[in-house]
Design a protein around this ligand. Structure first.
Ligand code: ZN
Ligand code: ZN
Length: 96
């Protein structure tokens, strides 16, 4: 299992909390979850930002998109867009 490419420290990616953390796969669904695991497309999130409130990544479209864009951008620091799209099957950065 790969390390997160998004963060080194175990704390909530959104608010920095170190309490009640969940590991979130940035691209989920059966196939993409596996890819996220393999490539380290994961972040730690506190319960509130993971799935326990209205502004959690699983119910807030904007927040979910932001995470995906930041993850893709991070990956593209060392890889091409074509490589990203071959892994996840979609481009999330359509506005530069
Ligand atoms: Zn948080
Ligand atoms: Zn999750």
């Amino acid at each position: 299992m790969a390390k997160s490419i998004m963060q080194k420290e175990k704390r909530c990616y959104i608010c920095g909390s170190t309490y009640d953390l969940h590991e979130h796969h940035i691209f989920y669904g059966t196939a993409n979850r596996k890819q996220s695991e393999k490539y380290g497309f994961k972040v730690w999130l506190c319960a509130r930002h993971h799935n326990m409130s209205r502004d959690c990544v699983h119910s807030n479209y904007e927040l979910n998109l932001r995470l995906r864009q930041e993850c893709q951008a991070k990956f593209e620091e060392t890889h091409t867009r074509a490589e990203f799209m071959a892994i996840i099957g979609k481009n999330y950065i359509w506005r530069e």
